[in-house]
Design a protein around this ligand. Structure first.
Ligand code: NDP
Length: 234
């Protein structure tokens, strides 16, 4: 059954791969983007997840064009790494505002229509770093760990209405976010991953589309790693 899907930050990287995977299986897919045009074949709406008004306008546009959002993928995210001693309060709150509060804003906006429909899927893109921590990433790790509490609380609040909320925790994925890492750091990372390689965004997308499917209806409040074994033990 075709669903209406909204992927935040779906104009590139993991979000784009997720959006394309849903489109490929015949769903109606909208993505948010902050600048430029939406990638071909996808319905684009401008939104900044730090701004509740722009989120509301984006949802309204998606609802008018494709119908109420049935599957929400909260993917938009950023890093602003530095060591704790040097991290300003703005660097901390800025990352949390995008990655965690941004996810809260879109989940809140999506929940009303999902409750009415008595069906919904929310998928939060976290990170292995949210569970393991990362040097220089106090802000990012805190924001990504927070998504676990968000998904699990939503599961408790809305679980009886056929609404699931899950977290996907990718390891190192080949996108713009990791492209900037120096080659020696990349080699070091590869050595620490049991799979011995970084993943492609499609490998994250495959797990997200499954979580949104009817077959995954009894999976909620779960944290699913897609990390080649990097975070084992959490
Ligand atoms: P990219 O940097 O390639 O893309 C980030 C996306 O988020 C872009 O679409 C960007 O939009 C969007 N975005 C950032 N800030 C905002 C905002 N304030 N409002 C709306 N959209 C915003 O990252 P990835 O594709 O690699 O990452 C996607 C998600 O996966 C992130 O949440 C990231 O933390 C997570 N992740 C990534 C990993 C990796 O190894 N790459 C590993 C683990 C988790 P714009 O184009 O306008 O900037």
């Amino acid at each position: 059954m075709a669903r209406t899907v909204l992927v935040t930050g779906g104009n590139r990287g993991i979000g784009l791969a997720i959006a394309q995977a849903f489109a490929k299986q015949g769903d109606r897919v909208a993505i948010t983007h902050r600048s430029g045009d939406a990638p071909g074949g996808l319905f684009g709406v401008r939104a900044d997840v730090t701004d509740a008004t722009s989120i509301d306008a984006a949802f309204t546009a998606v609802e008018a064009e494709l119908g109420p959002v049935e599957v929400l993928v909260a993917n938009a995210g950023m890093t602003d790494d530095t060591l704790l001693l040097r991290m300003s309060e703005e660097q901390f709150t800025g990352v949390v505002d995008t990655n965690l509060t941004g996810a809260f804003r879109v989940a809140k906006r999506a929940s009303g229509k999902m409750l009415r429909a008595k069906w919904g899927r929310m998928i939060f893109i976290s990170s292995v770093v949210g569970l393991s921590g990362g040097a220089g990433q106090v802000n990012y790790a805190a924001s990504k760990a927070g998504l676990v509490g968000v998904a699990r609380s939503i599961t408790r609040e809305l679980g009886s209405r056929n609404i699931t909320a899950n977290v996907v925790a990718p390891g190192f994925i080949d996108t713009d976010m990791t492209a900037g890492l120096p080659d020696d750091r990349k080699a070091e990372i590869r050595k620490s991953i049991p799979a011995g390689r970084m993943a492609s965004p499609d490998e994250v997308a495959a797990v997200v589309t499954w979580l949104a499917s009817d077959s995954a209806g009894y999976v909620s409040g779960a944290v699913i790693p897609v990390d080649g074994g990097l975070g084992m033990g959490h």
